[in-house]
Structures are given as structure tokens and as C-alpha cells.
Design a protein around this ligand. Structure first.
Ligand SMILES: Cc1cc2nc3c(=O)[nH]c(=O)nc-3n(C[C@H](O)[C@H](O)[C@H](O)COP(=O)(O)OP(=O)(O)OC[C@H]3O[C@@H](n4cnc5c(N)ncnc54)[C@H](O)[C@@H]3O)c2cc1C
Length: 400
């Protein structure tokens, strides 16, 4: 369909972040030619390869192992063996132990930068994938039989034609808008601060999630007894919190989190993120599919964003490996994501809104829910298996 000389591939993945790179790895056995296009200066420098701490579901860990990514991490993932959930001002609280559900861990924590670098290394060894970086897709034309992309990069403008384009280009996806797919956006008016933290008690596999009217506060276990600390604040207070020195921030975090891990002794470099939910109204159009943050950017409170994006990638890889690239692949992919996506969104958004609601009925419901969770193994087991990533097709790993 190109009118002038351009390279042809079967699949063009736009965005070499965590999700696009994972998809490239998962497509290695598909026999299809793949281009992975990333706008960052180098394949090691996408903005998502940063200091955020990612809680990965157990299923994501085993998928990354199968993809050959896990052995390339600098620090092995730190297992989450228990999760302590509470809410400031509510009487319910619960302690979930992986061993009570027959597991050694609910999942594990990795640094996004470490995972990103491991993915970049793995992608560099893929036979079927050509990495094009730095290059930004600046225009695209879609048709039923494929798409024509214009790439602006270090050495000028290039063209690429692809039978299927995968939009893995993040929250403000250019591909999504070029394909005419609308979004629904919700601004949580919250900013999330992230840093490492050392406390009197070492992390020892324990995670803590504490909800409050001002936003969630969480500690995730990391290597060497350190915690990954997450603290949500109302958007208008963000500049004031960002300006605090480390000692003032440690005291502020202590006031929000309490004394469950003893005195907070030191906090590391802080980064922050304004939180909004952006949901694509459809996951496909002619010769294009959406995945990861381009498909849905969700509140990090439930630690589901990358886990869900990885399942997006696996669903598409499974279809392509099992049935090849066909006229109906984009529709089939979108249909395969409906159930997992809607249940994960309901879980994450429900958690974000419910835990921030200060009204009395919500307050009572929450207390009851937390108390019930602790004493109702069936309800807790359902929640836990969802949070461990066991939603969606149980068969996508078979093809990797
Ligand atoms: C504070 C925080 C904590 C989180 N914690 C968790 C957690 O515990 N567990 C979890 O599962 N998830 C978590 N998440 C969510 C997770 O980080 C994201 O879901 C995930 O990183 C999304 O990856 P992505 O590849 O879809 O998007 P992105 O990381 O946004 O990648 C998109 C890529 O596309 C590139 N790009 C954009 N436009 C173009 C273009 N036109 N041409 C070429 N390239 C382009 C960009 O440079 C970028 O590299 C957290 C998020 C935050 C903010």
C-alpha cells in the first residue's frame, strides 16, 4: 500500500516501554517480523524505566521467567509473603498471609528501571524483532489491509508499513488518537510520591497498605530490608510535599503511616506522579490494537497496571502464535480482553474511590469489608487470586 519505498513488517509495536518490550519478547516464537519503535534517546531510556517500585503478580513473575527476562534482572524480585491492610479511622484491618492460601508469595517487587533494562537486554537478542530507536511515529494512515507509519528519528524521516500496528505508546497514545479511538478520563486529583525507605523494622517480605482520606500509603518489601514507600496526597498539597527535605518527609510519612514498622530512619530520592484514569473506549480499529497504558491507565493503588498490560501482550501473542495474523485478529484480541479488563478496572477504580470516600456509610462498609476479609477465606481467596494475576485466559502461557 506504500506509494514510495518503505520497509515492511508484519507487526509494528509503537512504544518500547515495559508493555511493548514484553510483547516483542512474547512474539519471538510467532514467526512474524516485528518492528519495535521507541521515541526515547536509547532503548534503555524510556520514561517508564524509572524509580517506581512495581508489585508484580505471581503470574507475571512466572511469565517473565518464561520469556527469559527474569534472569537478566540485577536484583532478584523480592517476594511479598504477607499483606497488612488497614484504614486510618476505620476499625477493620486484615492480615493476608500467602501461606494461608497455599502459596509461598503473593507476588514480588521489582524496580521498574531494573525490569526495563532487563527487557531491553532481552529484546536486543531477539531474532524476529528490529528495534527502531530513537524514532517517534509522527503520522499514520490506517486501512483494512495494514497501516503506513511515518517515523521521525535521528536520521530524518522514514516510512514503515505494517499489517498490524500495536499501540503500546502510553497514556497520551498518538496511535490511539490517529485511529480515532476516544477516551474517558477521570482525574483523581491526587499525587503519588514514591521513594525507598529504611525503618526500624526490616521489610522481611511484609507489605503494608494503609488507606486514608488523603490517599493511600503503602510499603512494599525490597532487597536488604529496605521498603519501597508510596504516599498519595491531595493534588493541591503536592508542591509543598515535593519541597520537603528528607527528614521532614520521613516525619510526614510517619504521621500518615503510623508506627507499624517502628521509626522511619531514612528516605531516598523522591519522585511523584499526578494520577488520572484514562480508558480507551475500544481496543481496536482497522489494523490497530491498543494495549498497556494506551488501552487503560489506571490508579496504581491495586498494583494492576503493568500486570494487566502484560496480560494484554500475552493475549495478543497467544492469538498470533496459535492462529497466525488474520483479518479478524484485531477484533479477536479486543474480544479476548473484555472480561479481564473490566474486572481489573472495577477492582482498581473501586479500591481508589472507596478508600478515598469519607462519608459515614462508606466508612462503615469499609470497616466491615476489612473485618470480613480477615474472617472469610473464600472472599479473600477470590480477591487474592485476582490480585495474583489469575484473571483472563489461563491458557496464554502455553504458547510461550
Ligand atoms: C507510581 C506508580 C506505581 C505503579 N505501580 C505499579 C505496580 O505496583 N504494579 C503494576 O502492575 N503496575 C504499576 N504501575 C503501572 C505501570 O507502571 C504501568 O502500567 C506500565 O508502566 C505501563 O507501561 P506501558 O509500556 O504501557 O506504557 P509507558 O511506560 O508509558 O510506555 C510507552 C512508551 O511509548 C513511547 N512512545 C510514546 N509515544 C510514542 C511515539 N509516537 N512513537 C514512538 N514511541 C512512543 C514512550 O517513549 C514510552 O517509552 C504503577 C504506575 C505508577 C505511576
Amino acid at each position: 500500500m506504500a506509494s514510495e519505498a518503505s520497509e515492511n513488517v508484519d507487526i509494528a509495536i509503537v512504544g518500547g516501554g515495559l508493555v511493548g518490550s514484553s510483547l516483542a519478547c512474547a512474539l519471538e516464537r510467532s514467526g512474524l517480523s516485528v518492528a519495535l519503535i521507541e521515541a526515547a534517546e536509547t532503548p534503555q531510556a524510556p520514561p517508564g524505566f524509572d524509580q517506581r517500585k512495581l508489585a508484580l503478580a505471581q503470574r507475571s513473575i512466572s511469565v517473565l521467567e518464561r520469556l527469559g527476562v527474569l534472569p537478566l534482572l540485577q536484583a532478584p524480585p523480592t517476594p511479598i509473603r504477607s499483606i497488612h491492610v488497614s484504614r486510618a479511622g476505620d476499625f477493620g484491618r486484615t492480615l493476608l498471609k500467602a501461606s494461608d492460601f497455599g502459596h509461598s508469595a503473593f507476588g514480588a517487587v521489582v524496580l521498574a528501571q531494573d525490569l526495563g533494562l532487563a527487557l531491553a537486554k532481552r529484546v536486543s537478542g531477539l531474532q524476529q524483532t528490529r528495534r527502531i530507536c530513537p524514532a517517534r511515529v509522527s503520522a499514520c494512515r490506517f486501512a483494512a489491509e495494514g497501516a503506513r507509519l511515518t517515523l521521525a528519528g535521528g536520521d530524518g524521516e522514514k516510512h514503515l508499513t505494517a499489517r498490524l500496528v500495536v499501540a503500546a505508546d502510553g497514556t497520551d497514545s498518538f496511535i490511539r488518537s490517529a485511529a480515532g479511538i476516544a477516551t474517558r478520563t477521570h482525574d483523581y486529583r491526587q499525587t503519588l510520591f514514591v521513594c525507598s525507605l529504611r525503618a526500624e523494622q526490616a521489610s522481611n517480605g511484609n507489605a503494608y497498605e494503609r488507606f486514608s482520606d488523603q490517599g493511600p500509603v503503602a510499603l512494599l518489601p525490597m532487597a536488604d530490608g529496605v521498603f519501597g514507600a508510596i504516599c498519595g496526597v491531595a493534588g493541591e498539597r503536592a508542591p509543598e510535599i515535593a519541597a520537603m527535605d528528607d527528614a521532614a518527609y520521613a516525619a510526614y510519612f510517619q504521621s500518615r503511616f503510623g508506627w507499624r514498622v517502628g521509626k522511619i530512619q531514612a528516605t531516598g530520592k523522591r519522585t511523584h506522579y499526578a494520577l488520572k484514569q484514562v480508558l480507551a473506549e475500544r481496543l481496536h480499529a482497522a489494523s490497530v490494537v491498543l494495549m498497556g497504558n494506551a488501552a487503560q491507565t489506571i490508579h496504581p493503588i491495586g498494583a494492576q497496571g503493568f500486570n494487566l498490560g502484560l496480560r494484554d501482550a500475552l493475549s495478543l501473542a497467544r492469538l498470533l502464535i496459535a492462529d497466525g495474523l488474520q483479518a479478524g485478529t484485531a477484533e479477536a484480541y479486543a474480544a479476548s480482553r473484555l472480561d479481564d479488563r473490566s474486572r481489573t478496572l472495577a477492582f482498581s477504580d473501586g479500591l481508589a474511590r472507596m478508600t478515598a470516600n469519607t462519608g459515614l456509610p462508606a466508612h462503615l462498609l469499609r470497616s466491615l469489608a476489612l473485618a470480613t476479609l480477615g474472617s472469610a477465606p473464600k472472599a479473600a481467596a477470590g480477591l487474592v487470586s485476582g490480585a495474583m494475576g489469575y484473571r483472563g485466559s489461563s491458557r496464554f502461557e502455553e504458547v510461550l
